[in-house]
Design a protein. Structure first.
Length: 297
């Protein structure tokens, strides 16, 4: 998953900010704020999680109440970004939901290779990329198991965008190095072709090969806001981002994704997510949580 509210509520109280100055009205303000900013719905059972995540920010501000802290956010975009980061978490791993990558490799990749080899653009978007495991898996699958053929492909017009609302997650994605154990879920030929040893203390590390890193552009992006892209994509992955959204927010977002695809382009969503609402007129299901934009490529 990518940038969503953490599922656990077993959070300790944070010294320095008294729970007596964190009330129901403060939580409702926080819930309204995070919904307006990100589309995420904070249920009542997240009340103490929100407290524990934001109390360090309140304490650092020098203010003594959540209300006073929340009053400052309208004129402080940087702290607002920190609030969003504190209330979201990023859980993902390499080769997650492998049926998506198998479909991409067997159904979509041959056509993308044909287009890339003919000099046409190939445009891919990982929307909610978290710490990078999804986009790096996707790019390695696209480049393939033959390193020499993949390097030739990489010299084509491949354009990969990876976006997330969390600046902390994006920093991890850009760093592109991980514990070697985290990459064991990848097919071994891909790991051998596109990962290199990385020096780090402790557990052995692997880095994504520089040739793969050079293909991806990372961008901080709130999916609820304006999108700067003015051209459509061949592929959009947005998986396990919408599970904490309410239905109207999900339907608006999926329709926007559908309109951001070329005719014949593919949208991959999370295993517990479904397409509904206006997007059903634009997308047709072609596999488990895989949808194709209607029309001819």
């Amino acid at each position: 998953m990518h940038s969503s509210v953490a599922p656990s509520d077993s959070q300790p109280m944070v010294p320095g900010v008294s729970p007596a100055i964190y009330g129901e009205s403060d939580f409702r303000r926080i819930a309204d704020l995070i919904h307006a900013e990100t589309g995420i719905v904070l249920s009542e059972r997240k009340k103490m999680l929100a407290y524990s995540r934001l109390a360090p920010l309140v304490r650092r501000s020098g203010l003594t109440s959540f209300g006073a802290f929340l009053d400052t956010l309208g004129g402080d975009p940087r702290t607002m970004t920190e609030v969003v980061a504190a209330l979201t978490t990023n859980h993902t791993y390499f080769h997650r939901e492998p049926h998506h990558f198998e479909h991409f490799e067997t159904v979509l990749r041959p056509e993308l290779l044909r287009r890339a080899n003919s000099g046409a653009d190939v445009r891919i978007w990982s929307a909610g990329c978290s710490t990078g495991e999804e986009i790096w898996t996707l790019m390695m699958v696209l480049l393939g198991r033959d390193r020499m053929a993949g390097l030739k492909l990489a010299r084509g017009k491949l354009i990969a965008l990876a976006s997330d609302i969390s600046i902390n997650a994006l920093a991890g994605a850009r760093a592109a190095h991980y514990p070697a154990s985290a990459l064991e879920a990848l097919p071994e030929p891909l790991r051998r072709a596109w990962c290199v040893p990385a020096s780090a203390p402790g557990e052995p590390q692997l880095a994504i090969a520089p040739e793969v890193q050079a293909l991806v552009r990372f961008r901080e992006l709130n999916l609820m806001g304006k999108w700067p892209m003015n051209r459509p994509f061949d592929v959009i992955f947005c998986r396990n981002v919408m599970i904490y959204f309410d239905i109207p927010t999900k339907e608006r977002l999926i329709e926007r994704f559908a309109r951001q695809l070329v005719p014949g382009g593919y949208l991959y969503i999370g295993h517990s997510e479904r397409v509904s609402g206006p997007a059903t007129a634009l997308l047709e299901p072609v596999g488990p949580t895989i949808y194709r934009r209607k029309g001819h490529a």
